[in-house]
Design a protein around this ligand. Structure first.
Ligand SMILES: [Fe+2]
Length: 187
């Protein structure tokens, strides 16, 4: 990983998101900013985290929506169009407890067989933290407010609403773990 990877990710995410879904692009920039801030915690994997944060929602781009499940559509796009490496595509495919949403959509086996969970749980946690503490407009928020906002935007009984309510306890404990790790970090 290198600066070239993060520059490529930014260029690609901007090309796919900024014009058709500008709010999603604003969110993406916020999540990538969070990743840049906490990158030091990841050591040599900082650029991988930033690239994954930048591309985590690329599957929302209307032209890329095949299944309509954005983690899977985005990961397939990155793998098939750009030959992106396993660590990056697995992170995008599994961002923010995507496996639980895949379950709601009947896509769990498809997701898990094509894109197994990354082995590095710190990277997975870090991406959850960046996504779940960033508003849809790219500002800062708490995980509690983020979950509440998602439930009200999609509706409690929608696929996304059911998923996020199921994932909420795991999201909150993940964010707590990250906050503890960040607080313990030498300055
Ligand atoms: Fe997402």
């Amino acid at each position: 990983m290198s600066d070239a990877v993060t520059a490529w990710a930014t260029q690609l995410a901007e090309a796919e998101l900024s014009a058709p879904i500008p709010r999603r692009w604003a969110h993406t920039r916020g999540v990538a900013g969070r990743a840049t801030e906490i990158g030091r915690l990841l050591g040599k994997d900082a650029d991988l985290l930033i690239a994954a944060a930048t591309l985590h929602d690329v599957g929302y781009a209307p032209r890329l929506a095949v299944t309509g499940f954005h983690p899977l559509d985005g990961a397939r796009f990155l793998r098939d169009e750009y030959g992106a490496g396993e660590p990056l595509v697995r992170l995008v495919a599994n961002h923010s407890f995507a496996l639980l949403e895949a379950d709601e959509r009947g896509l769990r086996d498809e997701l898990a067989s094509e894109f197994p969970m990354p082995d590095d749980t710190l990277l997975v946690d870090a991406l959850v933290y960046c996504d779940m503490t960033t508003t849809p407009d790219g500002g800062r928020t708490t995980a509690q407010e983020r979950v509440t906002e998602i439930v009200s935007r999609y509706g409690a009984d929608s696929v996304v609403g059911r998923f996020i309510r199921r994932a909420a306890p795991e999201i909150f404990s993940c964010v707590e773990r990250m906050e503890a790790a960040l607080a313990a970090q030498p300055r």
